[in-house]
Design a protein around this ligand. Structure first.
Ligand code: FAD
Length: 309
């Protein structure tokens, strides 16, 4: 028996979270296979083969896999997944649309967002916005699992796994790709950035003006609270928190952020948290390693200017 990991990619790069899923899969001490689904995705299969710990890459190529629609990817997983002990992926929007569908069609349970795997079928997963850690055990013959990528290290490259072509399943025709509206940015991906500069709604229309230069200084990603996104000051793909992206960078700036538990759920595992808030009683300070009680409209430009010296 082996582990099958559903790889995620953007057509150019294998996602870092898929690499972290390989680290998580090591808990079973079983051969790890990575499934790459796509169109013109030979380069991704090569990247997957280089991830240390991967025994085999299964490569499914077809024009209808170009946008990895959940129904079509699930059909493929159903065809090849029955021979595996575990079907695993990182807990991302992509796998959240595919794996529950696979679990339902296999008639097994789904374990989501595991932060550690303590025994072959025992998982720790946060609930109530991360305030409680539950330990769950699955007795299903095939375990369908997503893992929280930030809880697992990125494995080294240097692997040389075999790449085997697998036959594509026919298009289900249940959904079709219409278009994608994407913010194009040269910043690192939020979920894997080493530094994240996040702001709250108090930044208002000056969100970009104040935070961009600071993020640029660190080569970091921008993040925002949901209140900030809802107010239209930041795009929703940079929302950090329970209903946004979960991050655990080396350095996290929380600027004008109150520290609501739904926001904390997305960033409290950051290695170093720096908070700037003019209210010394703001809850964020209870989680900050460094706190500055100041008006952000003065403090952020001063900090950026000091870093430019
Ligand atoms: P506020 O709570 O309004 O805080 C603003 C802060 O800025 C205050 O602490 C204030 O002191 C400070 N401030 C104001 N002016 C200045 C100044 N000039 N200088 C310095 N400091 C200043 N939130 C998320 O972030 N992510 C989520 O994923 C998320 N999911 C949610 C899911 C659910 C089901 C619910 C109910 C809520 C969710 N929320 C989420 C919302 C969350 O509860 C908070 O409302 C939100 O995080 C608050 O955002 P904020 O800190 O920007 O705003």
């Amino acid at each position: 028996m082996s582990i099958l990991i559903l790889a995620e990619h953007d057509g150019k790069q294998l996602k870092q979270s898929t690499r972290q899923a390989v680290t998580a899969a090591a808990a079973w001490s079983l051969p790890i296979h990575l499934l790459v689904v796509g169109h013109n995705s030979g380069e991704i299969a090569k990247q997957a083969a280089e991830v240390a710990g991967v025994a085999k890459v299964l490569h499914a190529e077809a024009a209808h896999y170009e946008h990895a629609l959940a129904e079509d990817v699930a059909a493929l997983l159903l065809q090849i997944g029955r021979d595996y002990k575990v079907i695993l992926s990182a807990h991302t929007a992509f796998s959240k649309s595919v794996l529950p569908r696979v679990a339902a069609l296999l008639d097994v349970g789904m374990v989501s967002d595991a932060i550690s795997i303590t025994a072959p079928a025992t998982y720790v997963r946060p609930i109530y916005a991360g305030n409680v850690l539950s330990t769950v055990e699955s007795s299903d013959a095939i375990q369908v699992v997503t893992i929280r990528a930030t809880s697992f290290a990125v494995p080294a490259t240097g692997g040389n796994a075999e790449i085997a072509a697998v036959a594509a399943t026919a298009s289900t025709g249940l959904s079709r790709w219409i278009k994608e509206d994407k913010n194009v940015s040269d910043r690192p991906e939020l979920s894997s950035a080493r530094v994240v500069v996040s702001g709250g709604r108090s930044l208002g229309e000056r969100f970009d003006e104040l935070l961009e230069p600071l993020a640029h200084k660190f080569g970091g990603a921008l993040g925002a609270t949901r209140a900030c996104v809802d107010a239209g000051f930041a795009p929703n793909d940079i929302q950090v928190g329970q209903t946004g992206t979960i991050v655990a960078p080396e350095l996290y700036f929380a600027i004008g952020i109150s520290g609501a538990m739904q926001h904390l759920a997305g960033m409290k595992d950051s290695k170093i948290i720096v908070a700037i808030n003019h209210d010394e009683d703001a809850p964020i300070f209870q989680h900050a390693d460094y706190g500055l009680v100041a008006n952000l409209f003065d403090a952020v430009p001063e900090l950026t200017a000091a870093l430019n010296k």
